[in-house]
Design a protein around this ligand. Structure first.
Ligand code: SF4
Length: 462
């Protein structure tokens, strides 16, 4: 592992009513690449037949001109995968396409179903055969087993059983359907392009294809798009929405608008709040790029400490980087980040990152800055200590591995060898995002659903 981060989840996109549907979805997946880099797929409805192209790796590696040319039709949906449940295998890539008793259906899912395991066990006992280890496949089985004749009713029926996070785009023989779970944990946006409609995880995808932003799908809302136009229904029991606050801190792109807020603005506010709560005398403030950049701007503006780019990131190092040989191994974070010595040398430095997960990367960054001549290194984190794992579609280490779960502030400071360490407070973070309630369970342990892993929540820390 080169970077010690919570890992992104998945990105979804769908286009209805455009002859270039698959090409537009392909572009949307490009814009959403940050949400998942392990695999991607597009399914298109050609006449009344669904055809899919899927692969492992980045969108640019998977979709050749030839593969895209096989995806005809005016409706298409797509998915970028990061495996939070199920291994990184081709069989787990999405969209999942199935021919069931109610017709053909394809689905692209962002999120994580927390009661998937229990439902899957029950389905297997009743004879269901699964072709993947992804929790999203249970949705297809539930739809097939539903006693409702109509596919839309069967979808509602099946989703009513699920607990957890789901922003899903379905494609049926006649419709494209977008659904957000009642807590609205993951985003899902509705846009319009020429004659058609677009559903995407973030607005940065709408911007790329020059689609107009209409609105967010509301928590618990189901949007059915067809020849007859758009229909909105709210079929689930009402709940207090709890969108994921970490989308603002790290996952979403800063140029996106999600949960009715610009990510950039919120991230900058968090940096300013961090400066207010954790002031320090220093010569420059630098970000850990790229995710720390916007918060650092906020820190710099608030504190008056000049902003510099003291660390440069190599953007061409993928997840699959392999250390070349035993004798020159352990590049670690150096392969991705390099200090600018003329900026760092002899300075008292504040370095801002969006989070500390295990602490291993932060420790290497501090060491790297000292080796580049930093006089002092003050580490600042634009979120509260991450103490609990996420069960809603984000890949997090176990609670035992989260440094803030087992160490206090001073112990973490010592471990990362910084001169001082400061986190944004939970209260400070909530002030930056306004009135709405958010899920902040990875900081507070206050999970918005049942069925979380009890051992993880209450670990027997050795
Ligand atoms: S636990 Fe954290 S990462 Fe997971 S949904 Fe809640 S805020 Fe987001």
């Amino acid at each position: 592992m080169i970077f010690d981060k919570f890992r992104e989840e998945c990105g979804v996109a769908g286009v209805y009513g455009d002859d270039e549907a698959a090409n537009l979805v392909y572009l949307c997946l490009y814009a959403l690449q940050h949400r998942g880099q392990e695999g991607a797929g597009i399914a298109a409805l050609d006449g009344n037949q669904i055809h899919a192209e899927k692969g492992l790796g980045l969108v640019s590696d998977i979709f050749t001109q030839e593969r895209l040319s096989r995806l005809n039709g005016s409706v298409a949906i797509g998915h970028n995968r990061y495996s939070t449940s199920g291994a990184n295998l081709l069989k787990n890539t999405q969209p999942i396409v199935a021919e069931i008793n109610k017709g053909q259906v394809a689905l692209a899912h962002n999120g994580n179903i927390v009661n998937a395991h229990k439902i899957r066990e029950r389905l297997v006992q009743n004879g269901a055969i699964f072709t993947s280890t992804s929790d999203s496949e249970i949705i297809i089985h539930l739809i097939a087993k539903s006693e409702k004749d109509n596919l839309e009713d069967a979808i509602i029926d099946s989703l009513s059983e699920l607990k957890g996070a789901y922003s899903i785009i379905f494609m049926t023989e006649n419709h494209m359907i977008g659904i957000r779970d009642p807590l609205g944990i993951r985003p899902l946006i509705l846009g319009k392009k020429r004659t058609g409609y677009v559903l995407v995880s973030e607005t940065c995808a709408l911007d790329l294809i020059e689609a107009e932003f209409i609105r967010e799908i509301e928590p618990g809302e189901m949007i059915i798009i067809g020849e007859e136009g758009i229909k909105s229904v709210k079929p689930f029991d009402k709940a207090v929405p709890k969108p994921c606050i970490f989308e603002f801190i790290y996952f979403a792109r800063p140029d996106s608008l999600i949960f009715n807020n610009y990510v950039y603005d919120i991230r900058k506010k968090m940096g300013a709040k961090l400066a207010e709560e954790n002031p320090v005398d220093a010569d420059i403030v630098i970000p850990v790029p790229d995710s720390g950049i916007v918060a650092t701007l906020g820190y710099s503006e608030k504190s008056g400490i000049p902003f510099e780019l003291g660390l440069i990131r190599n953007h061409y190092v993928g997840r699959t980087f392999i250390e070349p040989s035993q004798s020159i191994r352990h590049f670690g974070v150096k392969i991705k980040l390099n200090p600018v010595k003329s900026v760092i040398n002899g300075k008292r430095i504040v370095v801002v990152d969006d989070s500390i997960v295990r602490g291993t990367t932060s420790r290497k960054i501090v060491k790297m800055l000292r080796e580049a001549g930093a006089k002092e290194v003050h580490f600042r984190v634009s979120s509260p200590p991450t103490m609990f794992p996420c069960f809603y579609g984000i890949d997090t280490p176990t609670r035992k591995e989260l440094i803030a779960s087992t160490h206090d502030l001073e112990e973490i400071r010592k471990y990362i060898t910084a001169d001082s360490l400061g986190y944004l407070s939970l209260q400070g973070m909530c002030q930056c995002v306004g009135e709405m309630n958010y899920c902040d369970a990875c900081f507070s342990g206050d999970y918005p659903t049942m069925y979380i892993d009890e051992d993880e929540f209450n670990p027997k820390v050795n």
